[in-house]
Design a protein around this ligand. Structure first.
Ligand code: UDX
Length: 440
Protein backbone atom coordinates (compact mmCIF):
# COMPACT_ATOMS: atom_id res chain seq x y z
CA UNK A 1 0.00 0.00 0.00
CA UNK A 2 1.04 3.64 -0.29
CA UNK A 3 1.38 5.29 3.09
CA UNK A 4 2.15 8.81 4.29
CA UNK A 5 3.27 9.52 7.84
CA UNK A 6 3.07 13.11 9.03
CA UNK A 7 5.54 13.70 11.86
CA UNK A 8 8.94 12.01 12.19
CA UNK A 9 9.19 11.78 15.98
CA UNK A 10 9.61 8.48 17.77
CA UNK A 11 6.19 7.22 16.73
CA UNK A 12 6.15 8.53 13.16
CA UNK A 13 9.65 7.49 12.14
CA UNK A 14 9.47 4.03 13.70
CA UNK A 15 6.01 3.40 12.23
CA UNK A 16 7.18 4.54 8.79
CA UNK A 17 10.27 2.34 8.90
CA UNK A 18 8.24 -0.67 10.03
CA UNK A 19 5.63 -0.29 7.28
CA UNK A 20 8.43 0.03 4.71
CA UNK A 21 10.00 -3.09 6.19
CA UNK A 22 6.68 -4.85 5.56
CA UNK A 23 7.02 -3.95 1.87
CA UNK A 24 4.77 -0.86 1.69
CA UNK A 25 5.80 2.38 0.00
CA UNK A 26 6.15 5.04 2.67
CA UNK A 27 6.68 8.77 2.61
CA UNK A 28 7.57 10.37 5.96
CA UNK A 29 6.87 14.08 6.22
CA UNK A 30 7.99 16.68 8.73
CA UNK A 31 7.92 20.48 8.66
CA UNK A 32 11.36 20.56 10.28
CA UNK A 33 13.58 20.99 7.22
CA UNK A 34 16.80 20.26 9.11
CA UNK A 35 15.44 16.97 10.36
CA UNK A 36 14.31 15.89 6.90
CA UNK A 37 17.66 16.86 5.37
CA UNK A 38 19.44 14.79 8.00
CA UNK A 39 17.12 11.83 7.45
CA UNK A 40 17.82 12.05 3.72
CA UNK A 41 21.48 11.66 4.68
CA UNK A 42 20.44 8.77 6.91
CA UNK A 43 21.24 10.61 10.13
CA UNK A 44 18.70 9.62 12.80
CA UNK A 45 17.14 12.34 15.00
CA UNK A 46 17.33 10.12 18.12
CA UNK A 47 18.82 6.84 19.25
CA UNK A 48 16.65 3.77 19.01
CA UNK A 49 18.09 0.24 18.67
CA UNK A 50 17.84 -1.23 15.12
CA UNK A 51 16.15 1.87 13.71
CA UNK A 52 19.07 3.22 11.70
CA UNK A 53 19.68 -0.10 9.94
CA UNK A 54 15.99 -0.46 9.13
CA UNK A 55 15.71 3.08 7.76
CA UNK A 56 18.92 2.66 5.75
CA UNK A 57 17.79 -0.63 4.20
CA UNK A 58 14.36 0.64 3.18
CA UNK A 59 15.59 4.03 2.02
CA UNK A 60 18.08 2.32 -0.28
CA UNK A 61 15.32 0.04 -1.58
CA UNK A 62 13.24 3.21 -2.33
CA UNK A 63 10.43 2.02 -0.09
CA UNK A 64 10.98 4.86 2.37
CA UNK A 65 11.42 8.52 1.45
CA UNK A 66 11.54 11.75 3.45
CA UNK A 67 9.93 15.04 2.52
CA UNK A 68 8.67 18.34 3.89
CA UNK A 69 5.82 18.44 1.39
CA UNK A 70 2.43 17.40 2.81
CA UNK A 71 0.77 17.94 -0.56
CA UNK A 72 3.08 15.43 -2.23
CA UNK A 73 2.46 12.97 0.62
CA UNK A 74 -1.33 13.26 0.57
CA UNK A 75 -1.45 12.94 -3.22
CA UNK A 76 0.75 9.87 -3.08
CA UNK A 77 -0.86 7.95 -0.23
CA UNK A 78 -3.93 5.79 0.21
CA UNK A 79 -3.53 5.99 3.98
CA UNK A 80 -2.27 9.10 5.81
CA UNK A 81 -1.08 8.72 9.40
CA UNK A 82 -1.03 11.75 11.68
CA UNK A 83 1.85 11.18 14.10
CA UNK A 84 2.71 14.69 15.23
CA UNK A 85 3.43 15.62 18.84
CA UNK A 86 0.72 16.27 21.41
CA UNK A 87 2.82 17.81 24.20
CA UNK A 88 1.56 19.03 27.53
CA UNK A 89 -0.41 22.24 27.15
CA UNK A 90 -0.33 25.14 29.62
CA UNK A 91 -3.41 23.95 31.58
CA UNK A 92 -2.21 20.35 31.91
CA UNK A 93 -4.22 19.08 28.92
CA UNK A 94 -2.79 17.87 25.61
CA UNK A 95 -1.74 20.64 23.22
CA UNK A 96 -3.51 19.66 20.00
CA UNK A 97 -2.33 22.60 17.90
CA UNK A 98 -0.08 20.47 15.68
CA UNK A 99 -2.91 17.98 15.09
CA UNK A 100 -5.29 20.77 14.10
CA UNK A 101 -2.73 22.37 11.77
CA UNK A 102 -1.95 19.09 10.03
CA UNK A 103 -5.66 18.21 9.70
CA UNK A 104 -6.26 21.53 7.98
CA UNK A 105 -3.31 21.02 5.64
CA UNK A 106 -4.37 17.49 4.74
CA UNK A 107 -7.88 18.76 4.04
CA UNK A 108 -6.63 21.21 1.41
CA UNK A 109 -5.14 18.38 -0.64
CA UNK A 110 -8.01 15.90 -0.52
CA UNK A 111 -10.18 15.16 -3.56
CA UNK A 112 -12.55 12.49 -4.90
CA UNK A 113 -9.88 9.78 -4.50
CA UNK A 114 -10.79 8.01 -1.24
CA UNK A 115 -8.24 8.15 1.58
CA UNK A 116 -8.04 6.99 5.15
CA UNK A 117 -6.72 9.50 7.66
CA UNK A 118 -5.34 7.70 10.70
CA UNK A 119 -4.98 9.41 14.05
CA UNK A 120 -1.84 7.82 15.51
CA UNK A 121 -0.75 10.49 18.00
CA UNK A 122 -1.92 10.06 21.59
CA UNK A 123 -4.95 12.29 22.00
CA UNK A 124 -7.83 12.84 24.40
CA UNK A 125 -11.07 11.06 23.61
CA UNK A 126 -13.11 13.06 21.09
CA UNK A 127 -10.14 14.32 19.07
CA UNK A 128 -10.95 12.24 15.97
CA UNK A 129 -14.36 13.91 15.86
CA UNK A 130 -12.58 17.26 15.91
CA UNK A 131 -10.18 16.19 13.15
CA UNK A 132 -13.15 15.14 11.04
CA UNK A 133 -14.87 18.47 11.63
CA UNK A 134 -11.72 20.39 10.62
CA UNK A 135 -11.21 18.32 7.49
CA UNK A 136 -14.83 18.72 6.43
CA UNK A 137 -14.54 22.45 6.95
CA UNK A 138 -11.43 22.90 4.79
CA UNK A 139 -11.63 20.07 2.24
CA UNK A 140 -13.21 20.46 -1.19
CA UNK A 141 -16.81 19.27 -1.45
CA UNK A 142 -15.98 16.11 -3.35
CA UNK A 143 -13.38 15.00 -0.76
CA UNK A 144 -13.70 11.32 0.02
CA UNK A 145 -12.18 10.11 3.29
CA UNK A 146 -12.67 8.28 6.57
CA UNK A 147 -11.03 8.81 9.95
CA UNK A 148 -9.53 5.87 11.82
CA UNK A 149 -8.00 5.89 15.29
CA UNK A 150 -4.97 3.63 15.70
CA UNK A 151 -3.33 4.42 19.05
CA UNK A 152 0.35 3.69 19.39
CA UNK A 153 1.70 1.42 22.13
CA UNK A 154 5.38 1.34 21.19
CA UNK A 155 7.94 1.52 23.96
CA UNK A 156 11.11 3.52 23.48
CA UNK A 157 14.20 1.35 23.59
CA UNK A 158 12.30 -1.56 22.05
CA UNK A 159 10.26 0.48 19.58
CA UNK A 160 10.87 -1.72 16.53
CA UNK A 161 9.96 -4.88 18.39
CA UNK A 162 6.87 -3.34 20.01
CA UNK A 163 5.72 -1.92 16.67
CA UNK A 164 6.22 -5.06 14.60
CA UNK A 165 4.89 -7.40 17.28
CA UNK A 166 2.56 -5.40 19.55
CA UNK A 167 0.43 -7.19 22.15
CA UNK A 168 -2.57 -5.86 20.26
CA UNK A 169 -3.48 -3.50 17.45
CA UNK A 170 -6.40 -1.23 18.24
CA UNK A 171 -8.42 0.19 15.35
CA UNK A 172 -11.25 2.65 15.92
CA UNK A 173 -13.36 2.79 12.76
CA UNK A 174 -16.65 4.26 11.62
CA UNK A 175 -17.27 2.69 8.21
CA UNK A 176 -17.02 -0.78 6.71
CA UNK A 177 -14.88 0.55 3.89
CA UNK A 178 -12.23 1.91 6.28
CA UNK A 179 -12.46 -1.22 8.41
CA UNK A 180 -11.64 -3.50 5.45
CA UNK A 181 -8.67 -1.46 4.25
CA UNK A 182 -7.07 -0.77 7.61
CA UNK A 183 -7.41 -4.42 8.70
CA UNK A 184 -5.63 -5.43 5.51
CA UNK A 185 -2.76 -3.07 6.30
CA UNK A 186 -2.21 -4.65 9.71
CA UNK A 187 -3.00 -8.25 8.74
CA UNK A 188 0.68 -9.16 8.33
CA UNK A 189 1.61 -7.99 11.83
CA UNK A 190 0.50 -11.31 13.38
CA UNK A 191 -0.95 -9.57 16.43
CA UNK A 192 -4.41 -9.58 17.90
CA UNK A 193 -6.52 -6.91 16.18
CA UNK A 194 -9.26 -5.19 18.12
CA UNK A 195 -11.71 -3.19 16.04
CA UNK A 196 -13.87 -0.79 17.97
CA UNK A 197 -15.60 2.57 17.72
CA UNK A 198 -13.32 5.60 17.50
CA UNK A 199 -13.93 7.03 20.98
CA UNK A 200 -13.18 3.67 22.62
CA UNK A 201 -9.94 3.35 20.65
CA UNK A 202 -8.83 6.78 21.79
CA UNK A 203 -9.73 6.00 25.37
CA UNK A 204 -7.89 2.65 25.35
CA UNK A 205 -4.60 4.50 24.88
CA UNK A 206 -4.98 6.85 27.82
CA UNK A 207 -6.45 4.04 29.92
CA UNK A 208 -3.53 1.71 29.16
CA UNK A 209 -0.82 4.24 29.94
CA UNK A 210 -2.62 5.27 33.14
CA UNK A 211 -2.87 1.67 34.25
CA UNK A 212 0.86 1.16 33.67
CA UNK A 213 1.63 4.32 35.63
CA UNK A 214 -0.69 3.11 38.38
CA UNK A 215 1.25 -0.15 38.65
CA UNK A 216 4.51 1.78 38.99
CA UNK A 217 3.18 4.17 41.63
CA UNK A 218 1.64 1.24 43.49
CA UNK A 219 4.88 -0.72 43.59
CA UNK A 220 6.81 2.39 44.62
CA UNK A 221 4.34 2.95 47.47
CA UNK A 222 4.82 -0.68 48.51
CA UNK A 223 8.59 -0.16 48.37
CA UNK A 224 8.24 2.62 50.91
CA UNK A 225 6.27 0.28 53.19
CA UNK A 226 8.98 -2.35 52.70
CA UNK A 227 11.60 0.10 53.89
CA UNK A 228 9.67 0.66 57.08
CA UNK A 229 9.14 -3.03 57.82
CA UNK A 230 12.22 -4.82 56.54
CA UNK A 231 10.28 -6.62 53.82
CA UNK A 232 11.96 -6.87 50.44
CA UNK A 233 10.17 -5.26 47.48
CA UNK A 234 11.62 -7.73 44.98
CA UNK A 235 10.11 -10.66 46.90
CA UNK A 236 6.83 -8.80 47.35
CA UNK A 237 6.64 -7.88 43.63
CA UNK A 238 7.46 -11.46 42.65
CA UNK A 239 4.87 -12.77 45.07
CA UNK A 240 2.05 -10.62 43.79
CA UNK A 241 3.12 -10.93 40.14
CA UNK A 242 2.67 -14.71 40.24
CA UNK A 243 -1.05 -14.06 40.43
CA UNK A 244 -2.12 -14.16 36.75
CA UNK A 245 -4.66 -11.43 37.44
CA UNK A 246 -1.82 -9.10 38.42
CA UNK A 247 1.10 -10.39 36.24
CA UNK A 248 4.78 -9.68 36.89
CA UNK A 249 5.29 -6.81 34.44
CA UNK A 250 5.73 -3.16 35.42
CA UNK A 251 6.31 -4.02 39.05
CA UNK A 252 9.88 -2.79 39.31
CA UNK A 253 10.20 -0.30 42.12
CA UNK A 254 12.49 2.60 41.35
CA UNK A 255 12.74 6.33 41.10
CA UNK A 256 9.36 6.87 39.41
CA UNK A 257 8.23 6.85 35.82
CA UNK A 258 9.44 9.44 33.31
CA UNK A 259 9.61 9.87 29.55
CA UNK A 260 7.58 11.79 27.05
CA UNK A 261 4.45 9.66 27.32
CA UNK A 262 3.44 8.51 30.78
CA UNK A 263 3.71 11.87 32.63
CA UNK A 264 1.96 13.89 29.92
CA UNK A 265 -0.69 11.27 29.21
CA UNK A 266 -1.59 10.96 32.89
CA UNK A 267 -1.84 14.73 33.13
CA UNK A 268 -3.95 14.95 29.95
CA UNK A 269 -6.26 12.16 31.16
CA UNK A 270 -6.79 13.92 34.49
CA UNK A 271 -7.47 17.13 32.58
CA UNK A 272 -10.04 15.63 30.22
CA UNK A 273 -11.74 13.81 33.11
CA UNK A 274 -12.04 17.08 35.04
CA UNK A 275 -13.50 18.69 31.93
CA UNK A 276 -16.01 15.85 31.66
CA UNK A 277 -17.00 16.47 35.27
CA UNK A 278 -15.33 13.39 36.76
CA UNK A 279 -12.76 13.73 39.53
CA UNK A 280 -10.30 10.94 38.62
CA UNK A 281 -8.89 10.57 42.13
CA UNK A 282 -6.85 7.41 41.58
CA UNK A 283 -4.99 9.03 38.73
CA UNK A 284 -4.25 12.16 40.72
CA UNK A 285 -2.76 9.97 43.44
CA UNK A 286 -0.69 8.09 40.83
CA UNK A 287 0.80 11.38 39.65
CA UNK A 288 1.44 12.65 43.19
CA UNK A 289 3.08 9.41 44.30
CA UNK A 290 5.34 9.58 41.25
CA UNK A 291 6.40 13.13 42.05
CA UNK A 292 7.03 12.21 45.68
CA UNK A 293 9.17 9.20 44.76
CA UNK A 294 11.82 11.48 43.27
CA UNK A 295 11.86 13.50 46.48
CA UNK A 296 12.30 10.31 48.55
CA UNK A 297 15.31 9.41 46.44
CA UNK A 298 16.88 12.84 46.88
CA UNK A 299 16.35 12.47 50.62
CA UNK A 300 17.95 9.03 50.56
CA UNK A 301 21.05 10.38 48.82
CA UNK A 302 21.25 13.28 51.26
CA UNK A 303 20.82 11.01 54.27
CA UNK A 304 23.67 8.78 53.09
CA UNK A 305 25.91 11.86 53.13
CA UNK A 306 24.78 13.08 56.56
CA UNK A 307 22.38 15.63 55.06
CA UNK A 308 25.15 17.84 53.78
CA UNK A 309 25.84 17.77 50.06
CA UNK A 310 27.96 20.91 49.84
CA UNK A 311 31.08 20.09 47.77
CA UNK A 312 30.40 16.37 48.06
CA UNK A 313 31.28 14.45 44.91
CA UNK A 314 28.36 12.41 43.61
CA UNK A 315 28.57 10.12 40.59
CA UNK A 316 25.40 9.51 38.59
CA UNK A 317 25.03 6.45 36.38
CA UNK A 318 22.34 7.08 33.78
CA UNK A 319 20.56 10.17 32.49
CA UNK A 320 17.89 8.81 30.15
CA UNK A 321 14.46 8.02 31.59
CA UNK A 322 15.05 4.35 30.88
CA UNK A 323 17.74 2.22 29.17
CA UNK A 324 18.29 1.90 25.40
CA UNK A 325 17.22 5.42 24.59
CA UNK A 326 18.84 8.86 24.56
CA UNK A 327 15.52 10.42 25.62
CA UNK A 328 15.83 12.56 28.74
CA UNK A 329 12.38 14.13 28.63
CA UNK A 330 10.84 14.03 32.11
CA UNK A 331 13.73 11.82 33.17
CA UNK A 332 13.78 11.40 36.97
CA UNK A 333 17.58 11.38 36.77
CA UNK A 334 17.67 14.94 35.43
CA UNK A 335 15.27 16.15 38.11
CA UNK A 336 17.26 14.50 40.88
CA UNK A 337 20.56 15.95 39.59
CA UNK A 338 19.02 19.43 39.56
CA UNK A 339 18.00 18.97 43.18
CA UNK A 340 21.49 17.81 44.15
CA UNK A 341 23.04 20.78 42.36
CA UNK A 342 20.81 23.13 44.36
CA UNK A 343 22.47 21.66 47.46
CA UNK A 344 25.86 22.48 45.93
CA UNK A 345 26.97 18.93 45.27
CA UNK A 346 29.60 18.32 42.60
CA UNK A 347 28.10 16.02 39.95
CA UNK A 348 29.82 13.69 37.49
CA UNK A 349 27.77 11.53 35.20
CA UNK A 350 27.90 8.91 32.50
CA UNK A 351 25.21 7.60 30.17
CA UNK A 352 25.93 5.46 27.09
CA UNK A 353 23.69 7.55 24.77
CA UNK A 354 21.98 10.43 26.58
CA UNK A 355 24.90 12.73 27.45
CA UNK A 356 24.55 14.89 24.34
CA UNK A 357 20.91 15.57 25.14
CA UNK A 358 21.64 16.09 28.84
CA UNK A 359 24.31 18.70 28.09
CA UNK A 360 21.54 20.95 26.74
CA UNK A 361 19.75 21.08 30.10
CA UNK A 362 22.64 20.36 32.47
CA UNK A 363 25.63 22.24 31.03
CA UNK A 364 27.43 22.52 34.37
CA UNK A 365 28.00 18.94 35.42
CA UNK A 366 31.02 16.87 34.45
CA UNK A 367 30.41 14.24 31.76
CA UNK A 368 32.60 11.15 31.90
CA UNK A 369 33.92 8.62 29.41
CA UNK A 370 32.76 5.55 31.29
CA UNK A 371 31.12 4.35 34.51
CA UNK A 372 34.46 4.01 36.34
CA UNK A 373 35.54 7.58 35.69
CA UNK A 374 32.12 8.63 37.01
CA UNK A 375 32.66 6.74 40.25
CA UNK A 376 36.32 7.74 40.71
CA UNK A 377 36.87 9.44 44.09
CA UNK A 378 33.16 10.04 44.64
CA UNK A 379 31.53 10.16 48.06
CA UNK A 380 28.42 8.48 46.73
CA UNK A 381 27.27 6.81 43.52
CA UNK A 382 23.64 7.02 42.43
CA UNK A 383 22.28 4.58 39.85
CA UNK A 384 19.46 6.28 37.94
CA UNK A 385 19.06 4.13 34.82
CA UNK A 386 19.46 0.37 34.55
CA UNK A 387 21.71 0.20 31.45
CA UNK A 388 23.38 -3.22 30.98
CA UNK A 389 26.85 -1.67 31.17
CA UNK A 390 26.18 -0.79 34.82
CA UNK A 391 24.89 -4.26 35.65
CA UNK A 392 28.07 -5.79 34.25
CA UNK A 393 30.52 -3.60 36.12
CA UNK A 394 33.48 -5.01 38.10
CA UNK A 395 32.33 -4.39 41.66
CA UNK A 396 35.73 -4.88 43.36
CA UNK A 397 37.22 -2.32 40.97
CA UNK A 398 34.34 0.03 41.66
CA UNK A 399 34.84 -0.29 45.39
CA UNK A 400 38.56 0.40 45.05
CA UNK A 401 38.15 3.68 43.15
CA UNK A 402 35.39 5.35 45.18
CA UNK A 403 36.35 7.70 47.99
CA UNK A 404 33.46 6.33 50.04
CA UNK A 405 31.81 3.12 48.80
CA UNK A 406 28.25 4.41 49.18
CA UNK A 407 25.80 3.33 46.50
CA UNK A 408 22.19 4.46 46.16
CA UNK A 409 20.71 2.06 43.65
CA UNK A 410 17.60 3.72 42.24
CA UNK A 411 16.85 0.70 40.02
CA UNK A 412 17.70 -2.21 42.30
CA UNK A 413 20.21 -3.66 39.83
CA UNK A 414 22.39 -5.20 42.55
CA UNK A 415 21.68 -7.51 45.48
CA UNK A 416 22.00 -5.88 48.92
CA UNK A 417 23.57 -8.97 50.55
CA UNK A 418 26.31 -9.25 47.93
CA UNK A 419 27.03 -5.52 48.01
CA UNK A 420 27.37 -5.50 51.77
CA UNK A 421 29.71 -8.50 51.64
CA UNK A 422 31.87 -6.58 49.17
CA UNK A 423 32.07 -3.70 51.63
CA UNK A 424 29.69 -1.23 50.06
CA UNK A 425 27.23 0.87 51.99
CA UNK A 426 24.34 -0.02 49.75
CA UNK A 427 20.78 1.31 49.66
CA UNK A 428 18.28 0.09 47.10
CA UNK A 429 14.62 1.03 46.79
CA UNK A 430 12.37 -0.94 49.15
CA UNK A 431 15.22 -3.19 50.17
CA UNK A 432 16.41 -1.58 53.36
CA UNK A 433 16.90 -3.31 56.65
CA UNK A 434 14.54 -1.59 59.06
CA UNK A 435 15.98 0.43 61.86
CA UNK A 436 15.11 -1.01 65.25
CA UNK A 437 13.12 2.07 66.23
CA UNK A 438 11.01 1.73 63.11
CA UNK A 439 9.86 -1.86 63.67
CA UNK A 440 8.94 -1.46 67.31
C1 UDX B 1 5.08 4.11 27.46
C2 UDX B 1 4.13 2.93 27.28
O1 UDX B 1 4.69 1.78 27.91
C3 UDX B 1 3.88 2.67 25.80
O2 UDX B 1 2.93 1.63 25.64
C4 UDX B 1 3.35 3.95 25.16
O3 UDX B 1 3.18 3.76 23.77
C5 UDX B 1 4.30 5.11 25.41
O4 UDX B 1 4.54 5.26 26.81
P1 UDX B 1 7.73 4.48 27.21
O5 UDX B 1 7.49 5.93 27.49
O6 UDX B 1 8.64 4.12 26.10
O7 UDX B 1 6.33 3.75 26.88
O8 UDX B 1 8.29 3.84 28.56
P2 UDX B 1 7.91 2.64 29.52
O9 UDX B 1 8.67 1.43 29.14
O10 UDX B 1 6.46 2.50 29.67
O11 UDX B 1 8.53 3.21 30.89
C6 UDX B 1 8.05 4.43 31.43
C7 UDX B 1 8.75 4.76 32.70
O12 UDX B 1 8.37 3.87 33.74
C8 UDX B 1 10.27 4.69 32.65
O13 UDX B 1 10.80 5.81 33.33
C9 UDX B 1 10.60 3.41 33.39
O14 UDX B 1 11.87 3.43 33.99
C10 UDX B 1 9.50 3.37 34.42
N1 UDX B 1 9.19 2.02 34.91
C11 UDX B 1 8.70 1.09 34.07
C12 UDX B 1 9.37 1.73 36.26
O15 UDX B 1 9.81 2.56 37.06
N2 UDX B 1 9.05 0.46 36.70
C13 UDX B 1 8.56 -0.50 35.88
O16 UDX B 1 8.29 -1.61 36.36
C14 UDX B 1 8.40 -0.19 34.53
Amino acid sequence: MKIAIIGTGHVGLVTGACFAQKGHKVICVDNNHGKIKSLQKLIMPFYEPRLEQMVRRNYKASRLIFSTDIKQAVNFAEIVFIAVGTPLGPGGGADLSQIRRVAKEIAHHLNHRYKIIVEKSTVPVGTAEEIERIIKLYAPENASFDIVSNPEFLQEGSAIETTLRPDRIVLGVKTKRADNIIRLLFASFNSKILVTDINSAELIKHAANSFLAMKISYINSLANICEKTGADIKSVAYGIGLDKRINPHFLNAGIGYGGFCLPKDISAFIHISDKLGYDFQILKAVRDVNNLQREFVVRKIKKSLRNNLKNRHIGIWGLSFKPDTDDIRESPSIYIIQKLLQEQAYIKSYDPYAMKEAQKVLPNIHYCRDPYETAYKTDCLFIATEWDIFKNISLPRLKAIMRQPIIIDGRNIFEPEKMKKLGFVYHGIGREEPQISQIK
